[in-house]
Design a protein around this ligand. Sequence first.
Ligand code: BGC
Length: 437
Amino acid sequence: MAVEMHAGLASEGGSKLKMLLTFVDNLPNGTERGTYYALHLGGTNFRVLRVHLNGQRSSVLENDVERQPIPEHLMTSTSEELFDFIASSLKEFIAKEGDGSNISTNRRELGFTFSFPVKQMSVSSGILIKWTKGFSVVNMVGRDVAACLQEALSRKGLDVHVAALVNDTVGTLALGHYHDPDTVAAIIIGTGTNACYLERIDAIIKCQGLLTASGRMVVNMEWGNFWSSHLPRTSYDIDLDAESPNPNDQGFEKMISGMYLGDIVRRVILRMSMESDMFELISPKLKIPFILRTPLMAAMHEDNSPDLREVARILKEVFEIPEVPMKARKIVVKVCDVVTRRAARLAAAGIVGILKKIGRDGSGGITGGRGRSNTKMRRTVVAIEGGLYSSYSLFSEYLHEALNEILGEDIAKHVIIKVTEDGSGIGTALLAASYSS
Ligand code: BGC
């Protein structure tokens, strides 16, 4: 990972890791004041937020959130339909603000969390490189996402300014750093997966000449697209990729994130049921892609009942397999375990790759030859968000186990993985505050 990070920073197209510039060179520090808005598009839900900031880091941020599932047809609709939906949701949200008496009539400032790969031109503009996670809205690739939103807001008559266009990882880093200045990187492991981190500007060779006051910039790695010949792929991975809407793309994501884990498990169970008498009949439902969603797979994995009745219930509900013998239930749990453990360990290896790149893995950086023992390790915080880590305890347990194994306990104790609450939304509102003045 660290080697590919170097390659992606050296030249455009130098690696499958895009290592995208974000133009975020300063992270919020707690002095931000005022009311800011954020919209978040990118996972299973769409969210609108309002955040009140009082200029004090330690105080609890007050925020109101409205969340709704993204209507499925919009994921493959036209950009106008998608952005009109987003703008209407914001308009309704604003219309519900208090009794109207204390609402400012000034222009509102908004941060847009757009959780897809974007080539940024500035902190508030950028073009969509490609869709991921099942989205494929037509005529969007190559267009400025912030401008599309700004136009839709104007169509709805809203006096709202898009002050920041932000990847969800960057929002998470902003909130993590706001609460804990030792935060140097942020990871999302939800429907999709990705990471960003603070890089020295002189290490970003491909943007030679660009100067920032802080001498640093947040880099959006788009690690979901990471690939290496050292990564073994099973036939299930190969088939899943070939049958996906984006073959040869997002290879790391397809082994790690919530959108895919359930489907890997389904593929293994299907093959087992075809090649053995594990179940009496092969249920046709086993052949339906994505029918087993990851939260249900996690529920089977974490079934602690002595007779694994949750496993049997879910197999019946999802695949219409009526009677599952105990032996088969145990095998299904084992399959979930193998798939999740691999995902968590890959994510942990990715985190260590970032630490290595920035010299926080205890080895003195990728080119350093110093031994681990005499390196003083600084407290290093990695902010994390997404359902897989925060709601799936075996996943987070395996991730920590792997971090300890790879780094060694002496180093790993200095690396703190911290869950942020809604960083991808609140963090983006913070960035809108930092960059709107
Ligand atoms: C996208 C990233 C995003 C990640 C997590 C990936 O599919 O390409 O931009 O950060 O999902 O939401």
